[in-house]
Write a protein that binds this ligand. Structure first.
Ligand code: SF4
Length: 228
């Protein structure tokens, strides 16, 4: 695998959220901020600084750890990796003893109807594949939600086979679309609630899977105004 065919986990995260948005960012080189993007950036500032690593009586916490997996061709930076002493655990270069490793991903908001989004679990699973191959371990993964201040354990080891197969297909899809320079169409049923690209992407034009022209959209908006 060549260096330029490696896919970043951030890229996978964008694709999981919305393939069309991934295309706008990576193929069209567009970007747009909104309240949610800024809030997530602020929340990650601390954990994306390796100087914020710390040690307590129970654990050692490493922040902004670069990780990769050569076999799958992915790389990224974890928010945190927690090391807890365990004689049966893995060796970590630079630290004496052996440890159990837990990946911690920070998210601003917990989903309203579930403990975690499936897409977030796949993102952390990609980090796990990297961490496990580097440290020769079987790491765990949790999400910490800023709004509820809760940690949720993800079923990464329990769902290993199905998550791995999904991740492998995803990496291959992102790599193919990157090479071909494709911006994927808007997915049917795509949720656009907090997306910062709404004004640029105008998902209303593809409502119900039907393509509308921009003129159709303007006419509808005009009619809606007239009936007010
Ligand atoms: S507005 Fe919706 S369809 Fe458009 S990029 Fe954002 S999430 Fe995707």
């Amino acid at each position: 695998m060549t260096d330029d065919s490696f896919v970043s986990i951030r890229n996978l995260q964008h694709y999981l959220y919305c393939p069309h948005r991934w295309g706008l960012i990576n193929i069209d080189c567009s970007w747009a901020e909104n309240y949610f993007v800024t809030k997530a950036d602020l929340m990650h500032q601390r954990v994306h600084d390796p100087d914020h690593s710390y040690v307590s009586s129970k654990k050692r916490v490493l922040t902004a750890v670069p990780v990769y997996n050569d076999a799958l061709g992915i790389y990224g930076i974890t928010d945190c990796i927690e090391l807890v002493r365990d004689a049966q655990g893995a060796a970590v270069e630079g630290y004496p003893g052996k440890y159990n490793l837990t990946i911690v991903e920070y998210k601003p908001r917990q989903p309203a109807k579930s403990d975690f989004n499936h897409e977030d679990a796949i993102q952390v699973f990609a980090q796990k594949i990297c961490v496990d191959s580097i440290f020769k371990c079987k790491s765990r993964g949790v999400i910490y939600y800023g709004d509820t201040r809760r940690r949720i354990e993800l079923p990464l080891n329990e769902n290993y086979e199905s998550y791995f197969s999904e991740l492998r297909d995803l990496v291959s899809q992102v790599r193919d679309d990157t090479i071909k320079g494709i911006i994927p169409p808007i997915r049917k049923g795509q949720k656009c609630g907090g997306c910062s690209f709404k004004d640029m992407c105008l998902p209303q034009l593809s409502k119900g899977g039907k393509k509308q022209t921009f003129l159709d959209y303007l006419n509808q908006a005009e009619q809606a105004e007239d009936t007010k």
